[in-house]
Design a protein around this ligand. Structure first.
Ligand SMILES: Cc1ncc(COP(=O)(O)O)c(C=O)c1O
Length: 390
């Protein structure tokens, strides 16, 4: 057996999720504020393009790198939305969602035993994938008190002679935070000074409620060391389609093509056609903007409910992006898993324990607003009602 997997711990949160699924299957009402999946349907015109592509025979193998029109659409999107110049022929690879883009990125640059610097808290896959690939994960604290960003002294302290790559994800899952342009500039200077790759997971880039976030590649000289993880999942409500892309220097893409070819062969051709349409069609960009506006309204609803509720043992930091709130229950002095178990049992709301995202997430819980307005309102009020009993 591959003993590396013993280093990946997930049993408690998986068990909690199983309990939520079982409760719902048994007909018990659970308000689903634990999921990281848009509650909107994929816009109909995207479905129409996929269906037409299927009917025209695109149901066989396709190119491993992705169809040229999809790579071109991704390059145009990076130019249109991020003012970045990527060569669709050599610097972009179509992937099986953002998670696969991240896998290919890591697989392409990491040697066993290399150190991988990852903020804590962060989406669990960032660390788990590095461990699967026999990297040595070093977590860098990103405390609430510092806006959920690592202090530069902590980045420095995490360095060793084996440091190879730092992984960032802004807007962040689970905190919704993202840094200023100035912070990212300094981080790129830090990476350059220590010869580090930067993997930037930008799958939530379209979901922001303050100034538009800057891409990590948008700095002089940054493109040469930065690998961008992109996905259509969150922006276009396409999580089940499994399509995204990696934008990176050509030498990285050359490795990533081999890793993709030898793991998935290709992304389904009709999905690729739908993705090219989604990335480029103006009407779909409008739909994406409307979904962002809907999340923004729910975020506002949460903030208003929190304000009206007054003093409670939970702090609600206004999230800046993604569709999450990272609720601070540290005053209760209870493990986040126990908080989630009790909220599920006593208030009927599904949540994710902050500890699932790293030790610095302990005492917090992640709540999504990717649920209907009514679910967000009822679920959040039930959480506050639960907290009010302490
Ligand atoms: C931070 C982050 N990155 C990447 C992904 C992967 O998304 P997908 O593989 O659906 O594109 C997720 C999904 O939850 C995520 O939260």
């Amino acid at each position: 057996m591959n003993t590396q997997f013993e280093l990946i711990r997930q049993s408690a949160t998986v068990a909690l999720n199983d309990r939520i699924v079982a409760a719902r299957a048994a007909g018990k009402k659970v308000i689903p504020l634990h999921v990281g999946d848009p509650d909107f349907p994929t816009p109909q015109p995207i479905l129409d393009v996929a269906l037409k592509a299927m009917q025209s025979g695109l149901t066989h193998y396709g190119p491993s790198t992705g169809y040229p029109d999809l790579r071109q659409a991704a390059a145009l999107k990076l130019k249109r939305d991020n003012e970045l110049n990527y060569d669709p022929n050599t610097e972009i690879l179509v992937t099986h969602g953002g998670i696969h883009a991240y896998y290919l990125a890591m697989q392409s640059i990491l040697n066993p035993g290399d150190d991988v610097l990852i903020p804590d808290p962060s989406w669990a896959t960032h660390a788990n994938m590095a461990i699967m690939l026999r990297g040595n994960v070093i977590r860098v604290p990103a405390p609430a008190e510092n806006g959920f960003l690592p202090a530069f002294s902590d980045w420095e302290q995490a360095l060793t002679p084996r440091s190879r790559v730092l992984v960032i994800n802004y807007p962040s899952n689970p905190t919704g935070a993202y840094p200023s342009r100035g912070y990212l500039q300094k981080l790129q200077e830090f990476a350059a000074a220590h010869n580090l790759w930067v993997i930037s997971d930008e799958v939530y880039e379209n979901l922001y409620y303050a100034e538009k976030p800057t891409s990590a590649a948008d700095f002089t000289g940054a493109k040469e060391r930065t690998l961008l993880v992109h996905s259509l999942s969150k922006t276009y409500a396409m999580t089940g389609w499994r399509v995204g892309y990696l934008a990176a220097p050509a030498r990285v893409i050359n490795n990533a093509i081999k890793a993709g070819q030898n793991s998935i062969t290709c992304v389904a051709p009709f999905v690729q056609k739908a993705a090219a349409f989604a990335l480029s069609d103006p009407g779909i960009q409008q739909s994406a903007a409307e979904m962002r506006a809907a999340y923004a309204r729910r975020r506002q609803l949460v903030l208003e409910i929190a304000r009206d509720a007054g003093e409670l043992p939970v702090k609600v930091t206004p999230s800046m992006g993604a569709f999450y709130f990272f609720l601070d229950f540290r005053d209760l002095k209870l493990p986040s898993l126990e908080i989630c178990e009790r909220v599920l049992a006593e208030a009927g709301v599904g949540l994710v324990p902050g500890a699932a995202f790293g030790m610095c997430g302990e005492g917090f819980v992640r709540m999504t607003v990717a649920a209907s307005n009514a679910e967000v309102e009822e679920g959040f009020k039930a959480i506050l009602g639960w907290a009010g009993k302490f």
